[in-house]
Design a protein around this ligand. Structure first.
Ligand code: MTE
Length: 378
């Protein structure tokens, strides 16, 4: 079997995307992760490491796994050194705000329609140092994305408008941002891995961008495609088994809902690279992976488009992916979540249906389970 195909098979065997947390080791990422049962948010112990290696060996996959991990690390180093002259390695998570991002309109006025009365705002450093962005890192310490973003140039960037629109065209993202009335919205943010934040985003309603795109009335869905820059994003060359670029999609009625937001900033400043610069989607009633980062293409279609994680793991990551405490992930419960207010602090809190946005979006999903659907699979 060709190496790439075999590597992809291994990736599919893994219960990716989100089995590990900040403290996990590189080794842990090359083997079948145990999910919730092995205490998802704990460091991999030496015993677990050896058990996993033994398991891999029984599958005969150890060597390939080790090879892919080594490739990943090698590539990350290479990208940085080959850009040595041009790349400034960030020294901290806020060093990654692109210096050439437009600054007009920041900080924007808070839209008081959106409040999160039951929780404090998460600390800015937590929101920018605990991330998921597989184009930069998808092996090892997954959450520590920012140190790998040095080579990425978020500006200038173009946004392609394609598919079922009156006329396809391309926008300069910097010009788009300065042409919009920016507002700030405080939203709950819930990852499918069962951690959450409360975050003040800056940006504009997705419906405003869609109006500019002039979709045809027969468009039923809209797809978002992320930047694919292997030389600037070290996670891409180090994991060729993923179907890059990252792509996500919504139904048109979801995309036009007033909650759907295009974020260009965070905590009153332009978006740091690890949070999705130059712009990303924020869909607070859905699991975080629906919000594609560094979007470079928006395309309208009359069919439900494929999505990145759904294609990789259809049984684990559905198309809708609405936050729902009554529907467990096949490997863990979604009834509660780990809220992250400050560095080193975690609070276990109940998960709310549609992440607390039932009033805004509940009517879009009449079939959503309102009671627990089934016990944990195992
Ligand atoms: N977009 C791209 N292009 N690549 C990614 O890996 N990860 C998703 C989503 N958008 C991801 C992405 C996931 S799993 C989550 S939880 C959120 O981004 C994380 O956003 P944050 O890092 O700003 O909290």
């Amino acid at each position: 079997m060709p190496y790439l195909l075999l590597a992809r098979r291994i990736a599919l065997l893994r219960t990716a995307p989100f089995p590990y947390d900040t403290n996990d080791t590189i080794m842990a990422n090359i083997i079948l992760p145990p999910g919730w049962q092995l205490k998802e948010y704990q460091t991999t112990t030496e015993a677990a490491y050896h058990n996993r290696r033994a398991f891999l060996k029984t599958l005969g996959l150890g060597a390939i796994g080790l090879m892919t991990a080594a490739t990943g690390l090698g590539c990350a180093g290479e990208v940085h050194s080959s850009h040595a002259g041009a790349v400034v390695d960030p020294e901290g998570p806020l060093d990654t705000i692109p210096p050439n991002a437009p600054r007009d309109g920041y900080p924007a006025t808070r839209n008081t329609l959106y409040t999160v009365p039951e929780r404090p705002v998460s600390d800015r450093l937590v929101a920018s140092s605990y991330n998921n962005f597989y184009e930069f890192i998808n092996q090892g310490n997954l959450k520590r994305v920012w140190p790998h973003t040095g080579a990425y140039e978020a500006f200038p960037m173009t946004l392609e408008v394609a598919g079922l629109v009156e006329k396809p065209f391309t926008l300069d993202v910097g010009n788009l941002i300065v042409s919009m009335d920016l507002e700030e919205r405080l939203y709950r943010f819930r990852c499918v891995e069962a951690w959450s934040l409360t975050v003040p985003w800056t940006g504009f309603a997705l419906s405003k961008l869609i109006e500019r795109c002039k979709p045809l009335s027969k468009a039923t869905h809209v797809q978002f495609v992320s930047a694919n820059r292997p030389k600037q994003m070290p996670g891409i060359p180090s994991a060729p088994w993923y179907p890059w670029p990252y792509y996500e999609a919504l139904r048109m009625d979801e995309a036009m809902n007033e909650l759907a937001f295009v974020a260009t900033g965070l905590y009153g400043e332009p978006l740091p690279k690890q949070n999705g610069a130059p712009l990303r989607l924020v869909l607070p009633w859905k699991y975080g992976y629906k919000g594609a980062k560094a979007v470079v293409r928006i395309a309208f279609t009359d069919k439900q488009p494929k999505t990145f994680w759904n294609e990789l793991q259809p049984k684990e990551y559905g198309f809708l992916s609405n936050v729902n405490p009554n529907v467990p992930h096949p490997r863990w419960s979604q009834a509660t979540e780990k809220f992250l207010p400050r560095e080193g602090v975690e609070e276990r809190v109940p998960t709310q249906i549609f992440n607390g946005y039932d009033e805004w979006v509940g009517a879009l999903y009449p079939d959503t389970p309102r009671e627990p659907t089934r016990p944990m699979a195992r």
